[in-house]
Design a protein around this ligand. Structure first.
Ligand code: SAM
Length: 205
């Protein structure tokens, strides 16, 4: 880009700005803000917790979670998680790209991976969990009547949840087990379906 070229900027705090290049060097440059074009937006208080899978499929989950409006992305290691290493730095860059692409003014927080059991040990009693439980395959599920507020969608790995994990989750008063229909979905499809379901019933759609 050269001096005078227009650029749109956001930093997650001050809305969106129209700017222009005021210096363009080989090693760096400078942008000058011209006018604020949009107020700062914010997503609903929704987290996506999912067990990382193969890289390309994990990339899809992160990208679609940003597009579908989550506030935080929390990879969880479950008993049957068999994934390549979770690269939080790469996924943060990926989330920024997705945010730019879909024209939002924030970037969801992208966490390092953590054990599901450890997260549940310290779980905030105000945050409900939409527990996508493949063992409920085909059961009727509805989000009607559930309260708005802080939520987390939980998706398991390719191998599903272990019996012990399922039992623990079902015993949590904040967990709401749901079926995502009569077919087993791949984890990335399940994440997209569950976020869509939640957004249309309890989110900002
Ligand atoms: N290996 C498991 C099996 O055959 O039962 C399937 C695991 S599925 C590929 C990965 C995750 O997607 C599950 O742990 C669950 O969270 C979610 N999922 C997929 N299909 C679902 C469905 N029909 N209902 C609820 N959750 C589903």
């Amino acid at each position: 880009m050269g001096v005078g070229d227009p650029v749109m900027l956001f930093n997650g705090r001050d809305g969106e700005w129209r700017a222009e290049v005021i210096e363009a060097g080989k090693r760096g440059g400078a942008l000058g803000c011209v006018a604020r074009t949009r107020d700062q937006g914010a997503p609903p208080d929704l987290w996506l917790m999912f067990a990382p899978i193969r890289k390309q499929r994990t990339d899809i989950i992160v990208e679609k979670a940003v597009e579908l409006g989550v506030a935080r992305i929390r990879p969880v290691l479950t008993e049957f998680t068999r994934a390549e290493r979770w690269r939080a730095d790469k996924q943060r860059a990926h989330a920024i790209e997705a945010a730019e692409q879909c024209g939002i003014t924030w970037v969801p927080q992208v966490d390092d991976s953590a054990r599901l059991s450890a997260l549940l040990d310290n779980w905030d009693a105000d945050r409900r969990i939409l527990f996508c439980d493949e063992s409920l395959l085909g059961a009727a599920s509805s989000l009607a009547g559930l309260p708005r507020g802080p939520w987390a969608v939980l998706i398991g790995p390719e191998g599903g949840f272990s019996d012990a994990e399922r039992e623990r989750l079902r015993a949590l008063p904040v967990a709401h087990p749901v079926s995502l229909g009569p077919r087993i979905l791949r984890a990335e499809t399940a994440a997209i379906a569950a976020l869509t379901l939640w957004q249309s019933a309890l989110g900002d759609w």
